[in-house]
Ligand binder design. Structure first.
Ligand code: PMP
Length: 307
């Protein structure tokens, strides 16, 4: 991944992809104290390539940094510009963007004082995280043997690098057991989220999703709230048990990378008809309409990379 053409934005400058390096004593590499985003750009109907909900992602990056007490040496406007710039300069259309803030190699102590905060933004072509079949037919999921973060162990409102060890372990376990994703429960045993997705459960036309305790405040989750409301659907945030998922009519994951992804099976139990259900199909369709600029009322979610 490091050996390719293109440019990466690093600390305010565009550097050749291969030269965007750090030292082995980079503090964040050792302890995982860093914050990042996963952002996506789409080719839209009328405004060329646009970054979807750029401002919300940048806002969340700054909130994550605030929680971790990392002082970013750039402002939000500069980071928005940097993200547009890397998509433009790499001639990307549909792409995934990775902004990250991390500590430098000025010291190794856990005090983490006097460390320089670096910021990078990379972008690359990543047309689909899941296969097109998964998007249409749904995926097989298992409940993870790993518990999702506890609110007083990790700061769940922050999208922090170190938090993803838990996600990687859960996803690897799920893949090893022949599933495509993991569903993680919180420390009290209630449904939290996927390894990199929020989860929604539909029963009798009402949409449920876990409260924002140990799951990430997903931007796709928020997008689904808006789209569901426009369809006249009620969305309730509540505690959900794993057996409520077994007996749901429809279940789906949401995330910038995963988009809107139907779940057809959990722990060997078929969910609903065992395929993408009608409300999931409708919301997924609207989500693609939104990111592709086909919803006039949601043009505000698109940040054109030109200009
Ligand atoms: N939960 C976790 C753990 C994630 O990593 C992500 C992806 N950022 C999400 C949920 C979904 O968030 P978003 O919709 O903002 O991508």
């Amino acid at each position: 991944f490091a050996d390719r053409d293109g440019v990466i934005w690093l600390d305010g400058e565009l550097v050749p992809w291969r030269d965007a390096r750090v030292h082995v004593l980079t503090h964040t590499l050792h302890y995982g104290m860093g914050v990042f985003e996963g952002v996506r750009a789409y080719e839209t109907a009328e405004d060329g390539t646009c970054i979807f909900r750029l401002q919300e992602h940048t806002d969340r990056l700054f909130r994550s940094a605030h929680i971790m007490r990392m002082k970013l040496p750039f402002d939000k406007a500069q980071l928005n510009e940097a993200q547009k710039l890397v998509v433009r300069e790499n001639n990307l259309q549909e792409s995934y963007l990775r902004p990250m803030a991390f500590y430098g190699s000025e010291g190794m102590g856990l005090r983490a004082d006097n460390l320089k905060v670096h910021v990078m933004v990379a972008a690359w072509n990543w047309p689909s995280y899941m296969s097109p079949e998964a998007r249409d037919l749904g995926i097989k999921v298992r409940t993870s043997s790993y518990t999702r973060h506890h609110v007083n162990i990790s700061m769940c409102k922050a999208k922090a690098n170190g938090h993803y060890i838990n996600s990687l372990l859960a996803l690897q376990e799920a893949l090893d057991s022949g599933c495509e994703e993991a569903l993680l429960l919180d420390n009290e045993g209630y449904v939290a989220e996927g390894s990199g997705e929020n989860v929604f459960v539909i029963r009798d036309k009402i949409i449920y999703t876990p409260e924002l305790t140990s799951c990430l405040d997903g931007i796709t989750r928020n997008t689904i709230f808006a789209l569901a409301a426009e369809c006249g659907y009620e969305v309730r945030e509540k505690r959900i048990t794993r057996d409520e998922v077994y007996i749901a009519d429809e279940v789906f994951f949401t995330g910038t990378a995963a988009e809107v992804l139907p779940i057809r099976e959990l722990d060997g139990r078929m969910i609903g008809e065992g395929k993408r259900g009608p409300m999931t199909t409708e919301l997924q369709g609207l989500y693609f309409d939104a990111v592709k600029g086909r919803l006039a009322q949601h043009k505000g979610w698109l940040a054109p990379i030109a200009g």
